[in-house]
Write a protein that binds this ligand. Structure first.
Ligand code: GZL
Length: 317
């Protein structure tokens, strides 16, 4: 495949750009299917590759970094034209990214970042994860309007860039509001099942009547927590306000029922901008910026959650 990239580079003046993408073989190391959002990202990535005639080699890591490293080494051995990776955690990538660089295979990060020198990847297609947390925090500040509020927090996967950045962003968002306090914070690993289990432990430890709000780093953990809150005889969305991130269909369904209050949207289409960047690179030698930022939008009970649910449920979730 590498030879093809050189051919493309040398013949780029004579082959229409639209044909370029069709010649590409791209390896995609996906984290797994821990959340509705992740499943949608996988579906959309395959659709975007199909649209462009890209030969996509897909590897599901079942949330294990060692499986992602194995997949990257396999893609390198196969001589793919480029690699996409959604890195499960932020550290431990230098060696394998060096190997990709030595093989002159461009790597693009999707939806999460890595603690490695940015010359080890072509670009990162992500949202502003700190901003997402800040928006969630500021929403709660406005919602509480000065009233006392003890908060419990369901963190994403330990060591992942969204868990680190969304925690920091939320704390920035509530800084200066002494009425708001995070009284418990623990990882729910971005899954519904763990979100429920950890919320049950919060309810036991703190007492449901003492919890004013839940901040969950993704909607799936919030949906699991809603189950736990209801089983404890409390009203999610009323007794305990709920703000989370992703804007998957089921959180809008919960908002329709008044069982959740706000979510910050994360697009599952990180691959489209990545494929476009690779097409421009292979067709015209255009090197993308190190960060291609995707939008973040706050949805609340004021929005038409029925319409949003109906629209989103057909988008691969
Ligand atoms: C964030 C992304 C997170 C989603 C979760 O960019 O990596 O991973 O918010 C998913 O739903 O598990």
């Amino acid at each position: 495949m590498k030879f093809k990239a050189m051919l493309i580079a040398s013949a780029m003046a004579f082959v229409p750009a639209s044909v370029m993408a069709a010649d590409l073989t791209i390896g995609f190391s996906q984290i797994g299917s821990e959340s509705g959002w992740r499943a949608a990202e996988t579906t959309v990535t395959k659709q975007e590759a199909e649209k462009r005639g890209i030969n996509l080699k897909f590897a599901d890591a079942q949330q294990k970094q060692e499986n992602q490293i194995k997949a990257l080494r396999s893609f390198i051995a196969q001589g793919v034209d480029a690699i996409l990776i959604a890195p499960v955690v932020a550290t431990g990538w230098d060696e394998v990214l060096e190997e990709a660089k030595e093989s002159e295979i461009p790597v693009i990060l999707l939806d999460r970042t890595v603690d490695a020198s940015d010359d080890l990847y072509m670009t990162a297609v992500t949202s502003d994860l700190v901003h997402e947390g800040r928006v969630a925090g500021k929403w709660l500040v406005d919602e509480m309007a000065g009233a006392k509020c003890d908060i419990v927090e369901l963190q994403g996967t330990t060591g992942s860039s969204p868990a680190i950045d969304r925690k920091n962003g939320f704390e920035e968002g509530i800084a200066g509001s002494d009425n708001l306090k995070i009284v418990r914070s623990q990882t729910g690993d971005f899954t519904r099942s763990q979100g429920k289990v950890v919320m049950e432990s919060f309810l036991k430890a703190v007492g449901g009547e003492n919890i004013c709000a839940l901040y969950a780093h993704n909607d799936d953990m919030a949906v699991g927590a809603i189950q736990a809150i209801k089983e404890a005889g409390l009203k999610p969305g009323e007794d305990i306000k709920i703000v989370s991130i992703d804007s998957v269909p089921d959180i809008h369904l919960a908002m329709l029922e008044g069982e959740a209050n706000a979510t910050v949207e994360l697009t599952p289409n990180m691959a489209g901008p990545a494929f476009d960047a690779l097409d421009a690179y292979f067709s015209n030698g255009v090197v993308p910026p190190k960060w291609i930022q995707t939008e973040s939008k706050l949805y609340t009970l004021k929005d038409d959650n029925k319409h949003i649910y109906e629209t989103k449920r057909y988008l691969g979730y």
